[in-house]
Design a protein around this ligand. Structure first.
Ligand SMILES: *Cc1c(COP(=O)(O)O)cnc(C)c1O
Length: 386
């Protein structure tokens, strides 16, 4: 059966060139990077090459990049790390209502430890309110953590303005850039970002590797204790293959960024315009300009998101009802609720995220099946009457 993969915000297929870059570190150069013999030193060198590649695209120094086991770990390291290292300065953290659980749940956990958290709302297009951010700042505020691009609705936040506000008030600024990295050009110095989290598997590298940018001079209590890897910031033998893959994927993503984004965005625009034309009673979620090129999120009234996904799966189509982290639960997405959608409408949402390997044929296949499935499900719904 045909498989059409349209869930690239959830994870991506490892790129062929990335795979080829990784294989020697499984087959021949398998030494422990902390060892002094040659295959250990070669592995160590590969890690440092990857670090340089990531530093370069972020306009950072290689010594400001730390490898981790995931985007979630990077976010934990950043948020918990600042909270624990600077609690003598204050106990207040500002975040947004639409963060990924990696940040949201970490903030909730810190609340139990005595920190005060302000969750800034977003407007109905999914963009945070800068005045709300300014008003939330107190003498106790030590950290602003706001995501670069949202994983469910793809909206891009005003990162430069947030960076300026943070700097003006001498507050650290962390951004979860897991969705943005590889798709958006990010200059951490120009944007006033102090800490930034990213993850390999969202940009065609393997799962289980992430990185944290930590501006020079910021101290961070480590979350994982043990050996002295990553300049004593993150214990554990380095995931050499993952790190090599992340380095290669970073290089590839930024080499081809304009042409890839253009192609992906054209497919996204085609998809949305056809859905609007062919299927009534829908709502397109999230700002259409300030948005990742490949993300679409549409609510279909009178439809249950899970049934829609199961029926698309029967046709070989992989999509999402929001995020992999919330699917499996029956609670509607906290992001869609933050936009002001009712529970009923939020439940019938479909996230289609287009990647670099998708084609117009994929989108046409999705559109034909979507039209048929939505009509069929609506005909079965007691609430729908034509
Ligand atoms: C995927 C994702 C994460 C988590 O990254 P993992 O590497 O899967 O732990 C965090 N934030 C956002 C915005 C994401 O999309």
């Amino acid at each position: 059966m045909r498989r059409v993969y349209l869930d690239n915000a959830s994870t991506t297929k490892v790129d062929e060139e990335v795979l080829n870059a990784i294989l020697p570190y499984l087959k021949e150069e398998y030494g422990n990077p902390s060892s002094i013999y040659s295959i250990g030193r070669n592995a160590k060198k590969a890690i440092e090459d990857a670090r340089e590649k990531i530093a370069k695209v972020l306009n950072a120094e290689p010594t400001e990049i730390f490898f981790t086991g995931s985007g979630s770990e990077s976010c934990n390291m950043a948020v918990r790390g600042i909270a624990n290292s600077y609690k003598d300065r204050g106990n207040h953290i500002i975040t947004s209502k639409i963060e990924h659980p990696a940040v949201l749940e970490t903030c909730k956990a810190l609340e139990k430890d005595g920190f005060q958290i302000t969750y800034i709302p977003v407007n109905e297009e999914g963009i945070i309110d800068l005045d709300g951010l300014r008003e939330a700042i107190t003498n106790e505020t030590i950290l602003i953590t706001i995501m670069y691009a949202n994983n469910e609705i793809g909206t891009l936040q005003p990162i430069k303005e947030i960076g300026e506000i943070a700097r003006k008030h001498n507050i650290f600024f962390h951004t979860d850039a897991v969705q943005a990295f590889g798709t958006i050009k990010i200059d951490v110095k120009g944007l006033g970002i102090d800490l930034l989290s990213l993850s390999g598997h969202k940009l065609y590298a393997p799962k289980g590797v992430g990185a944290l940018y930590l501006r020079k001079g910021i101290k961070l209590k480590k979350v994982l204790t043990g050996g002295h890897q990553e300049r004593d910031k993150r214990a554990g033998t380095e995931n050499v293959t993952g790190i090599v893959g992340l380095g290669k994927a970073t290089e590839l993503a930024y080499e081809n960024i304009e042409s890839t984004n253009k192609k992906i965005q054209e497919l996204r625009e085609y998809y949305i315009s056809e859905v609007v034309k062919r299927i009534p009673h829908i709502k397109v979620n999230g700002d259409l300009e300030k948005r990742l090129p490949g993300n679409s999120n549409i609510s279909f009234r009178y439809i249950e998101g899970e049934s829609l996904l199961l029926n698309l799966d029967i046709k070989g189509i992989c999509a999402s009802s929001g995020s992999a982290c919330t699917s499996g639960s029956l609670d509607p997405s906290h992001v869609l609720l933050a936009l002001g959608l009712s529970h009923e409408i939020a439940h019938g949402s479909l996230r289609v995220t287009i990647g670099k390997d998708n084609t117009k044929e994929d989108i046409d296949y999705l559109l034909d099946n979507l039209e048929e499935v939505v009509q069929r499900l609506r005909n079965m719904s007691p609430l729908y009457n034509g």
